[in-house]
Design a protein around this ligand. Structure first.
Ligand code: URA
Length: 233
C-alpha cells in the first residue's frame, strides 16, 4: 500500500507537471485553473491540532536523531513570523548559525537579509529555516540520512505556518522539498508545489557570493514571488 508521503509526493508531481505543461501552452490536456484547483485540494490536510512552532521546537530541543547532534553548539530551529506568507528554506546552519542558534546570520545570511529588504520585507515578517537543523562538520553537504532524520521537523514547521509561498534556497532545499534529483538550474525560475503550497526554487545566497553574476536570475525569481504575494518591486 502507498504511504501518505508517497501519495503526497505523487500529487505534488502531478500538479507540478500539469503546471509546467500549462506554461508550455500544451493543448489536449485540461490544465485549466479549475482542474488544477481540484487536484491541489486533494492533498490539503489541517495542521496538527494543539501544536505550535514553539511546542515543536520544545519537542526537539534535545534531538539526537542523527550524528550531527554530537558536535552542534545549538539546534537552529528557525525564526520569524509564525503566520508568515513567505518561508525561506536553506540548507543547513554554518559556523555563525551554530554559535548563535539562528538561521542565516553569517555572510550568506547578510545577503539573504538584503534580498528580503529589497522585497520591502523584514526578517521578522517572513520565516527563515533550513532543511537540516544542526551544522554539518566543516560545512560539508548534509547526508541523505541527516536530511531524512530532520525532515519531519521542517514538514511540521510548514504544516503549521501554511505560507502562501516557499522560497527554496539552493539545490538541497529544492530537491528535498520537491523529491526530485533535478539540478537547481533546471528547477529555478518557475513555481512548483509542495503540499499544495507554491514553491519557488532559486540559487542559494552562498552560491551568489561565489557567482555574483547569478544575482540577476535570483532577482527575477524573487520578483515572481513578490507578484504572487501581491507586492510590486
Ligand atoms: N546556509 C544555509 O543554508 N543556512 C544557514 O542558516 C546559513 C547558511
Amino acid at each position: 500500500m502507498m504511504s501518505d508521503r508517497k501519495i503526497q509526493n505523487t500529487l505534488d508531481e502531478i500538479v507540478n507537471t500539469l503546471e509546467f505543461m500549462k506554461t508550455l501552452g500544451v493543448a489536449g490536456v485540461d490544465c485549466s485553473s479549475d482542474i488544477l484547483e481540484v487536484v491541489k485540494s486533494w492533498d490539503r490536510k489541517p495542521a496538527t491540532e494543539g501544536q505550535t512552532l514553539a511546542s515543536v521546537q520544545q519537542a526537539y530541543q534535545d534531538c539526537r536523531r542523527c550524528a550531527l547532534s554530537k558536535n552542534r553548539s545549538a539546534i537552529v530551529f528557525g525564526e520569524g513570523d509564525p503566520h508568515a506568507d513567505l518561508v525561506f528554506v536553506g540548507e543547513a546552519p554554518g559556523e555563525q548559525e551554530d554559535l548563535q542558534g539562528r538561521p542565516f546570520v553569517g555572510p550568506a545570511g547578510e545577503l539573504l537579509t538584503k534580498i528580503i529588504s529589497a522585497m520591502k520585507l523584514t526578517r521578522e515578517s517572513v520565516y527563515i529555516c533550513n532543511i537540516v537543523k544542526c551544522r554539518p562538520p566543516s560545512n560539508r553537504n548534509p547526508l541523505p540520512i541527516e536530511i531524512e532524520s530532520c525532515s519531519p521537523i521542517l514538514k511540521r514547521q510548514i504544516d503549521l505556518i501554511r505560507p502562501k509561498v516557499i522560497c527554496a534556497l539552493g539545490g538541497f532545499a529544492a530537491r528535498t522539498l520537491l523529491s526530485t534529483d533535478n539540478s537547481i538550474t533546471m528547477l529555478r525560475g518557475r513555481f512548483h508545489r509542495y503540499q499544495g503550497i507554491r514553491l519557488m526554487p532559486t540559487y542559494h545566497p552562498a552560491h551568489l557570493l561565489r557567482h555574483p553574476e547569478k544575482k540577476r536570475d535570483v532577482w527575477e525569481d524573487i520578483k515572481k514571488i513578490m507578484a504572487e504575494l501581491g507586492a510590486t518591486p
